[in-house]
Design a protein around this ligand. Structure first.
Ligand code: MRU
Length: 320
């Protein structure tokens, strides 16, 4: 399995997630400005992949006297996923040990990512089997929390991967994920690659799918988890959680411990990225709304802890 993001001698290489599923392009990012641009236009995206990008960005800067200033710009490239700053700070902490140590730390972040995500995914798969009697399972997921959102394997879609390898998945409903279609483009691409049966579900149809008894479990990733278990994830996750609670469907969050931010007591302290209104007023580059139409376009929402059945990490099953 090709890593989503990796180090290649003197540059960061990353699968271009804006080009998928039509084209499989690998970007070569030679400096931090190119990396920040790739992050902001979502060519590199997904919380754990952003952690890796933060780590590798500091590796790019390891000989630069202005490393701390440039690293801060990188850490702020997207504000909601805590993993980006986590990756930057973890590698910055090795600056005093010299450039080789900085690079080694960044490479360690990459190696750990796959190991940690596999552990969290396997644990989540076991939990789902425990919670849901029915087999094979019908699973709903939102956005893309697969290998493309990590260095490898995935978190929520990693759990689907673990379940599918055991023959325990009947179908995945992949929320299309408005407005940028990470579900319809990326999750669908990964499920096809895994050979798992899936259908794309308009975000607004997730509740109806649950009402019709088509969903045994909802599994999603996270961008930041507060100390009380409130979960920031892709916009629309909160609506999935509300519908899941109404219909008695378990709502499982899978994430590495690096996504847990113990410095904030609850989700009210999470900064939510607001994106360009044109992502909503236009579709595939074409205006669909009348000229002058504004848009409310938060990239993420916060699901309150009481709507989350469990948060599963590499270390624990947490019932917030
Ligand atoms: O805006 P994106 O595509 O970066 O949002 C990604 C998500 O919300 C994912 O669900 C989250 O980062 C978890 S990825 C394992």
């Amino acid at each position: 399995m090709r890593r989503t993001i990796d180090w290649d001698g003197d540059a960061v290489i990353a699968i271009d997630q804006c080009a998928l599923p039509h084209e499989e392009i690998v970007l070569r990012l030679r400096d931090v400005d190119e990396l920040i641009d790739a992050i902001q236009r979502l060519a590199v995206r997904g919380a754990p992949a952003l952690g890796a990008a933060g780590a590798l960005g500091v590796a790019l800067l390891r000989h630069d006297p202005g490393v701390r200033v440039a690293a801060e710009r990188l850490a702020q490239a997207r504000p909601t996923a805590v993993n980006l700053r986590w990756g930057v700070e973890r590698v910055l902490a090795r600056l005093g040990d010299g450039p080789d140590a900085v690079l080694a730390e960044a490479l360690a972040v990459l190696d750990e990512d796959e190991r940690v995500n596999r552990a969290a995914s396997d644990r989540a798969a076991d939990l789902v089997r425990e919670l849901v009697g029915r087999r094979p399972l019908r699973i709903l997921t939102h956005c893309n929390a697969g290998r493309l959102a990590t260095v490898a394997w995935g978190t929520a879609l990693g759990a689907v991967r673990s379940l599918a390898l055991a023959g325990d998945v009947e179908e995945v409903l992949a929320d299309e994920t408005r407005p940028l279609l990470q579900g319809a483009r990326l999750t669908a691409y990964e499920l096809a690659e895994m050979g798992v049966a899936y259908r794309i579900c308009p975000d607004g149809a997730a509740a109806a799918a649950m009402a019709q008894g088509l969903v045994d479990c909802a599994i999603v990733g996270a961008d930041r988890i507060a100390a009380n278990g409130d979960v920031a994830n892709k916009i629309g996750t909160y609506a999935v959680a509300l519908a899941a609670a109404r219909h008695g469907v378990p709502m499982i969050v899978v994430a590495p411990e690096s996504t847990v931010d113990l410095s904030i007591p609850d989700g009210g302290h999470i900064r939510i990225e607001q994106r360009d209104p044109a992502e909503v007023t236009h579709f595939a580059g074409q205006r669909v709304a009348p000229p002058g139409a504004g848009a409310f376009n938060p990239a993420f929402d916060v699901t309150p802890a009481d709507l989350v059945t469990a948060i599963v990490t590499q270390d624990r099953v947490w019932h917030p």
